[in-house]
Design a protein around this ligand. Structure first.
Ligand code: ATP
Length: 310
């Protein structure tokens, strides 16, 4: 039985914090059955996912009047492909994801619309919208429970073999097996503290188990060592393969293979294309790439580092 150790009085605040940070909101929403501030419209029907194509059409958004955060964004994440969003801090990347999750409502007039397989997300039930999406948050908070339960939460009906298969694909199985209590190890605040990279791989395993139509991956900003980095990269490739995926990326090396990269600046898309197209264009993305390359050029040693045999 999953348990929460959160005083009830914090729940209201918790909702706001989660909405902001996107931390395990997936889990929190269903466990706590928190009432979102946004209500389903009368007669809302469940989202019918056919191909899982996501489209932003002329999306503009402000949290407060007078300060526009997103300006007229139009893009499509073709079914089964990966779109990565990059840009400076504050350019609006997370806002875009919060809107896709419908944590905030677009203005009926002038706000544009977000559609999944042709259905405006305002017209479908929020439960069905969230059921279609899996989230790997930047900073996964693990709950005070075993690693096993933290993973199986992705699909509580899963068999043990499936949990282990998901952990293997997420490159965390070997690590888990190396712990004295294995999958029964208690994690979270009161248990074993996992590193950022380990937590994110647990979150990937959970998302793999959920097997959502649409995946949102929020890359951690904190630096990981090259081995952890490559482990996450490989896990991400597994989960994103043939799945409609939106990545908020901080390290450009993560998104070289994305079918589409959007470069954001002050709420606008200022460049778009594949990694190679954007490098050839020699503009903002190319400068970002050059800068990151100088800072994190892989060394010969990095190239030789073996990965854990998951
Ligand atoms: P980072 O890479 O640092 O996470 P980001 O590109 O994801 O940044 P957002 O979090 O989308 O940026 O924020 C875009 C802008 O919106 C920022 O200027 C931020 O201050 C503002 N903002 C974010 N959340 C709110 C809010 N709840 N109320 C008012 N302004 C907000």
């Amino acid at each position: 039985m999953l348990q929460l150790y959160i005083p009830l009085s914090f729940l209201g605040n918790m909702y706001r914090v989660l909405k902001q940070s996107m931390t395990d909101m997936d889990r929190m929403f269903s466990l706590l059955q928190i009432d979102s501030e946004i209500k389903d419209i009368q007669g809302a029907s469940p989202l019918t996912v056919r191909r899982a194509e996501v489209r932003f059409e002329h999306v503009s958004f402000s949290y407060e009047p007078q300060r526009q955060i997103l300006c007229d964004l139009t893009f499509t994440i073709a079914a089964g492909t990966t779109t990565a969003v990059v840009g400076h801090s504050g350019s609006g990347k997370s806002t875009l994801v919060r809107l896709l999750l419908r944590f905030y409502e677009l203005d009926k007039v002038g706000g544009g619309r977000i559609v999944i397989d042709g259905q405006d997300i305002r017209a479908v039930t929020q439960d069905s919208l969230r059921a279609a999406m899996g989230i790997v948050p930047q900073d996964s908070v693990l709950f005070n429970d075993t690693i096993y339960h933290n993973i199986i939460y992705g699909r509580p009906s899963a068999a043990r073999d499936e949990v282990i298969a998901a952990a293997r694909h997420a490159h965390i199985h070997t690590f888990i097996e190396s712990l004295p209590a294995g999958y029964d190890t208690l994690v979270g605040e009161r248990g074993l503290k996992l590193s950022g990279g380990e937590k994110q791989r647990v979150a990937i395993a959970r998302a793999l188990l959920k097997d959502p139509h649409i995946l949102i991956f929020d890359e951690a900003t904190s630096a990981l060592d090259s081995r952890a980095e490559r482990s996450i990269q490989q896990a991400l490739e597994q989960i994103a393969h043939n799945r409609t995926t939106l990545i908020i990326a901080h390290r450009l090396s993560t998104i070289i293979h994305a079918q589409q990269i959007l470069v954001m600046d002050q709420g606008r898309i200022i460049e778009r294309g594949t990694h190679h197209e954007l490098l050839a264009a020699g503009s903002v993305y190319a400068q970002m790439w050059a800068l990151q390359h100088q800072q994190h050029a892989p060394t010969r040693e990095d190239e030789r580092l073996p990965l854990a045999a998951d």
